[in-house]
Design a binder for this molecule. Structure first.
Ligand SMILES: Nc1ncnc2c1ncn2[C@@H]1O[C@H](COP(=O)(O)OP(=O)(O)OP(=O)(O)O)[C@@H](O)[C@H]1O
Length: 291
């Protein structure tokens, strides 16, 4: 499967501002992390990719065919996990999956098999008869992921899958996602860098409706090698760094003073300087602040 977005535009105010502004990208099976701040345009792009919104201009094709012309044939190939919304609160987990399977037009035999399998995969077998209104945030995310996977989609679209989860649940759901992503195009939008740190084949940085950059995590990290430092400074030295326009990624208060994490092309001289290996959070902040 090849999914291709070409010259895509979408505005909500008749062309005054574009939530998606001239975006082109293509995807083959693998996990793609789509990172961007609030309002960058991630949900709008997903709206168009799931046939819930129509672009003002541009095209989206799946194996060369226009997805809007394919209609139901295209929708049968996708699984969509939206940002957490009010679910069908009075439904039990199992009933919700049956309902979603019916909406997806699945036959009873396939639905039964998939529901059993997915309740197991997302670790909700024991909660199958529990009403969704009693689910925690993390359990709701897991059942939403399960419904997205019901039709064994070729394209899986996940909008902030770890929102509202505690750290343990985040790890669990990341593992589910990387486990079920085989042979699928997985587009995962998040502003939590750790969500995609270890599993994304490529990262797309999106801001103000545009793809700012797209590359493999390895390439992004290599570019920042020998440019990231931890510097232990006094308060006054810390101010000097701030005033010098250095790119400070974080400030931590330690017993020995302020520890700054700084990205700099030049070697640093002030304070107790230690070069460190970059992480994807550095990459994200570096690129998102820069544009
Ligand atoms: N229905 C709408 N009507 C008007 N403007 C909208 C609508 N939906 C989104 N926008 C605007 O379009 C831009 C992109 O929003 P979008 O929700 O796609 O971003 P996002 O990256 O998904 O953000 P978040 O991470 O907060 O969900 C924002 O400026 C937003 O205010």
């Amino acid at each position: 499967m090849e999914l291709k977005i070409k010259d895509l535009y979408k505005s909500y105010d008749h062309g005054k501002t574009y939530a998606i502004n001239d975006v082109s990208a293509d995807f083959t099976p693998g996990i793609y992390g789509i990172l961007g701040p609030n309002g960058a345009g991630k949900s709008t792009m997903f709206g168009m990719l799931t046939d819930n919104l129509r672009p003002d201009k541009g095209s989206i094709t799946a194996d060369g065919e226009d997805i809007y012309k394919m209609g139901a044939d295209y929708r049968a190939k996708i699984g969509y996990m939206p940002q957490q919304q009010s679910l069908y609160e009075a439904f039990t987990a199992e009933k919700f999956l049956w309902y979603m399977a019916a909406l997806k037009g699945m036959n009873r035999k396939d639905a039964r098999e998939q529901i059993e399998n997915l309740l197991e995969v997302v670790n909700l077998k024991e909660e199958r008869y529990k009403k969704l209104k009693y689910f925690s945030g993390g359990m709701k995310q897991r059942i939403l992921l399960a419904q997205a996977l019901l039709n064994d989609p070729e394209i899986l679209i996940l909008d902030e899958p770890t929102a509202g989860m505690d750290p343990e649940e985040r790890i669990r759901i990341r593992n589910f996602i990387s486990g079920c992503a085989k042979d699928k195009i997985v587009l995962l939008a998040t502003h939590v860098v750790a969500d995609v740190e270890n599993m994304a084949r490529e990262i797309l940085l999106i801001k103000n409706g545009k793809i700012v950059r797209r590359d493999t995590p390895q390439k992004f990290l290599a570019e920042l090698e020998h440019k990231v430092y931890n510097v232990l400074v006094t308060e006054r030295e810390g101010e000097e760094y701030q005033n010098s326009g250095a790119r400070i990624i974080s400030v931590t208060l330690t017993e020995k003073g302020h520890r700054l994490r700084i990205i700099s092309a030049d070697a640093l001289k002030t304070g107790n300087v230690e070069e460190v290996y970059p992480c994807l959070e550095d990459v994200y902040l570096y690129w998102i602040d820069r544009e």
